[in-house]
Design a protein around this ligand. Structure first.
Ligand code: ATP
Length: 199
């Protein structure tokens, strides 16, 4: 039987550079399983999760076209921990199941499971190895502002809802400190790729 693909859990705080790093691994041909992408597909209209979310939060979280108003939902859950936990309880078991099912079909030496809330949602055991994208908090703030201009209040709420840099670094097997240029980031990814491909 084929050896199972090594599951590298990629995590990091908001706007630390997870997507940027995932894209660099993808350019090297590495399969990427992204919890955020799965979460979006699970919450398309008519899915079980979608119906549960509407039942739980009410029709006020829908757009005029009947789809989820994700910005509105984000506002609710990041200002109220209890509401955030309710949403996580609906979504996380299915996300986890789907990620594992996808990983089980992969034949390459390793694959990347991008799980932003790996620690917060207690999914460390899901992966074989942890790669943390680390970033100074002020640079995280700046990248969020440059990207989508959400309010500074909401930025702080999101940062506070996530675990600390220290907690992430404590469980990391590898760390990329992403306060570097894209070129430098690319060579760090290439070095890790060579290392992970040997396994
Ligand atoms: P989120 O948590 O919101 O999903 P993320 O961790 O996936 O974010 P990215 O989307 O990869 O983070 O990066 C956040 C922003 O910072 C993006 O606009 C990206 O282009 C930029 N960025 C990331 N890394 C670098 C870098 N090394 N140099 C310059 N810009 C960067």
């Amino acid at each position: 039987m084929d050896k199972p693909s090594l599951k590298i859990g990629l995590t990091g705080g908001i706007a630390s550079g997870k997507t940027t790093v995932s894209n660099l691994f993808a350019q090297l041909g590495v399969p990427i399983i992204d919890a955020d992408v799965i979460s979006r597909s699970l919450t398309e209209p008519e899915t079980t999760a979608f119906k549960l979310i509407v039942q739980t939060f009410g029709v006020k979280i829908l757009q005029a076209d009947g789809r989820l108003n994700r910005a509105k939902l984000a506002k609710i859950i990041f200002s109220d921990t209890e509401q955030r936990h309710r949403l996580e309880k609906i979504l996380h078991p299915s996300i986890q199941q789907l990620m594992l099912a996808k990983a089980a079909k992969i034949k390459t030496a390793y694959c990347i499971l991008s799980i932003p809330l790996l620690i917060e949602t207690n999914q460390i055991k899901l992966v074989d190895h942890i790669l943390v994208i680390d970033c100074p908090i002020d640079l995280q703030r700046q990248r969020i502002i440059d990207r989508n201009g959400i309010s500074s209040n909401q930025i702080e709420q999101i940062l506070m809802s996530q675990t600390t840099r220290e907690a992430r670094l404590a469980i990391a097997d590898d760390v990329i400190l992403n306060d570097i240029s894209l070129e430098q980031l690319k060579s760090k990814v290439l070095a890790l790729h060579k290392d992970y491909s040997k396994t």
